[in-house]
Design a protein around this ligand. Structure first.
Ligand code: PHB
Length: 399
């Protein structure tokens, strides 16, 4: 098929839809006739095993909750579900995405969590033109240089949460910091946001430490931090690895000596597992459990009732992915073959999220507030706004 990005956008949208319609059925029926004849095919490509397993589950829960609020339908049509466990393994990403796109012929692909896996999904999305909704992975290129009309992110770009972290730390008197993360796209790009905001505010980064994803052998690095004696530590970790980092940081005796800060994923979905080791930790993120709005309160109550667990940022992102898709599907009355109209509706959508209302940037990434949060009583309490209506730069995106 012609490279989508080499065609003008409008032309690609029409051609892409027509080619897909024929290729997937072997019939020369117009795509719209095909689209209305059966169920809408929704593919979930998420981690259900490994260090990000809980994140995948929370995203699916949130996504289903938004669809269930519509009677389990999209634009009035029934849904057929397809699922793939991507294991947060980038080496299997293209093959896994193609299981959904080529084999199952999904109309919409929802995924994923891990930035490296997202790169594979993104390639398949650009080549096939399938509607691709990113419910977590923040990899910059997806909404920067390689942005695409059919790709929307409902979560964040990797540097968005940390763009507000550095200044917060300097304001609180921490002038010398160590940064620590998993060494892959998400950690490296989270560092970019931290570095820019911390150095601009007058802070000095004395050392960058890292280990490969998903390793959790933190001991040698914690010993190095103790020897460096910075004013504070900032980090990016998530999922089960984050819970272990919090526990190991406290067990190494660092918690009361060197304040720990993070991109807010550090304390999402892990507060039971981390226990007192997470108490008092300050982070920045586009959500907080304690957002005092009726919207957030009713979301939290319904989620807890339905799934017998507390929601976190991943559940919110999954829910918002559902809200976005509902708006897109409603705009075409379930005829998801009308891709251009569906895309237009999603570009202009206002998402009434538990995190607060947000809109899509030109490059299809949320423009959103970033909250300052502190852990107390097993909750990420909101203690301030770290950045208002923050947009990713979208650098290099031409749409
Ligand atoms: C990512 O790989 O993009 C990623 C994973 C987990 C998070 C945030 C970002 O919590």
């Amino acid at each position: 098929m012609t490279q989508p990005h080499s065609l003008p956008r409008r032309q690609w949208l029409t051609q892409g839809a027509a080619i897909l319609g024929t290729a997937s059925t072997g019939l020369l029926l117009p795509q719209s006739a095909l689209a209305q004849s059966g169920k809408i095919r929704v593919g979930l490509m998420l981690p259900y095993t490994g260090t990000f397993a809980q994140l995948g589950i929370a995203i699916e829960n949130g996504f289903r909750m938004a669809i269930n609020e519509q009677g389990g339908k999209l634009g009035g049509r029934e849904i057929e579900w397809f699922k793939v466990d991507d294991e947060s393994d980038p080496s299997k990403a293209i093959e896994n995405a193609n299981k959904l796109v080529q084999r199952d012929k999904v109309d919409v692909l929802v995924g994923t969590v891990h930035s490296g896996v997202q790169m594979g999904i993104h390639r398949v999305a650009r080549e096939s033109g399938v509607i691709s909704l990113i419910p977590n992975a923040g990899v910059h290129m997806a909404t920067r240089a390689q942005c695409a009309p059919n790709v929307f992110r409902t979560s964040f770009s990797n540097s968005q949460p940390t763009m507000a972290l550095g200044e917060t730390m300097v304001k609180r008197g921490h002038k010398k910091a160590v940064w620590i993360t998993w060494k892959y796209a998400a950690g490296d790009e989270a560092f970019e946001g931290f570095r820019d905001s911390y150095t601009k505010a007058g802070g000095t980064i004395v050392k960058e430490l890292g280990l490969p994803f998903p390793n959790v052998e933190f001991q040698a690095l914690l010993t190095e931090i103790a020897a460096l004696k910075p004013d504070a530590v900032a980090c990016f970790f998530a999922g089960a690895g984050a819970a272990k980092f919090l526990r190991d940081y406290a067990a190494a005796g660092l918690k009361d000596k060197i304040p720990l800060y993070g991109s807010g994923f550090l304390t999402e979905g892990v507060l039971e597992a981390a226990g007192p080791a997470a108490d008092g930790v300050l982070t920045t993120l586009h959500y907080g459990d304690g957002i005092e709005t009726p919207r957030n309160k009713s979301f939290r109550l319904n989620y807890a009732k339905t799934f017998k667990m507390q929601p976190d940022v991943y559940a919110v992102q999954g829910y918002d992915t559902g809200l976005l898709l509902v708006q897109g599907a409603n705009a075409v009355k379930g005829d998801v073959g009308q891709k251009a109209a569906m895309i237009k509706a999603m570009q202009t959508a206002v998402i009434d999220s538990p995190r607060g209302k947000w809109t899509m940037s030109k490059s299809h990434n949320p423009v959103q507030d970033i909250y300052l949060r502190q852990v107390s009583d097993k909750e990420n309490k909101v203690i301030g706004i770290a950045a208002k209506a923050l947009a990713d730069s979208g650098a290099g995106c031409r749409m």
